[in-house]
Write a protein that binds this ligand. Sequence first.
Ligand SMILES: [Zn+2]
Length: 464
Amino acid sequence: MKEISYKPTIGLEIHVELKTKSKMFCPCKNDSTEKRANFNICPICMGHPGTLPVPNEEAIKKVIKAGIALNCKISKESKFDRKNYFYPDLPKGYQISQYDMPLCQNGFLNIGERKIKIRRIHIEEDTGRLLHSEKGDYSLIDFNRAGIPLMELVTEPDIKSGKEARKFAEELQLILKYLDVSNADMEKGEMRVEVNISLSKDLKNLGTKVEIKNLNSFKVVEKAVDFEIERQKEILERGEKIIQETRGWHDKKEITFSQREKEEAHDYRYFPDPDLPKMYFTDNYINKIKQEIPELPSLKRERFKKQFYLDENAIEFFVINKDLGEYYEKVVSEFEEWMKAEKIEIEKDFKITPENFAEFIKMIYKNEITSKIAKIVLEEMFLKGKDPSNIIEEKGLSQIKNANEIEEIVKEVILKNKKAVEDFKKGKKEAIQFLVGQTLSITKGRANPETAREIILKLLKEEK
Ligand SMILES: [Zn+2]
């Protein structure tokens, strides 16, 4: 028998909470971390009769900025529409969204060699949050989130695997952070990924679409897609049919499960919101936003490769940890200036390679070496051009990882420094710094100061 091979067709719908001071259509604070229920609400976001929405320009600008960064065509003319449906977390009975005239269309994002097309990016408002009681006998509604500006991005069904879905979401998050459009923290619900997936033998006749919702991490996005491909494949190979439905992800069992079957496509009765006039954007307006776009991750990767000859891991580390990448660049350029001033020639006299220097900064950042050790290592790197991990090994400078070993030293320090211990007990908090200093001095900087501090505090507490 000929083996039947099914090809997956996958598209993503991603919602992102925008980083603005106020909500989308009212002056309420945009703060999804607010713990006091129904604290950031007003008659506008509660949909009281007689109130009028006023669009938040900052939110619109941020979506346009994301659109430009994602190679979209920015609409010169756009509008808001009402998406009508009834749900308890939607106070107005409709959501203000965009239907046929989204802010951005026809973009793309490159994931390695693959180009994933973006169908549209539009702006809308978030809903409130429902909190169900444990027994399920009642539900509470918190409207703090209602009206927070949301960006919705829809890809074309270009994605082929769980890994690609994950990569797309990760790269998008990175870009949004670079643009300061959103923090896009998935755990906090600031970025929510939904997957549409179907399997078919030929791409002309697509299979039945299944939607997977509530994916709260990149890892889960990848796992859920891969699981769903296998699940659908098995059903099709048995000669059965896929049901059009919405599925969720079960974290412990690591499976998708049916949440609800879709009877019909929803009729949201979209129509232009009569309270909000059409929006028009001039070339000048769009160009100004374009000028605010910083160097994006893809360009930074290329530049770091060319300029500093770093390997892929180091580059990715500095691209993801943006602050550190900037710090690295700053130090390198200071080095260069200093060498110019000292008339040191880089080919002849300067022995530190960018590679080794990148590793050195990573070690400081990851707290693997203290500043005291860092000075010794840097000096050695400068004089002999060795790589930092070799120097640390040769000179026995590696950090003491064993907490018991540090504890023994701390005990000694406490015994020898009764005055400081007494001072601390009398409430002189600076005394702890002295004790940490003593511990570092005995270990020649090989103890992690944080660990030392914790152990000192622990032992002093026990003494009391
Ligand atoms: Zn409000």
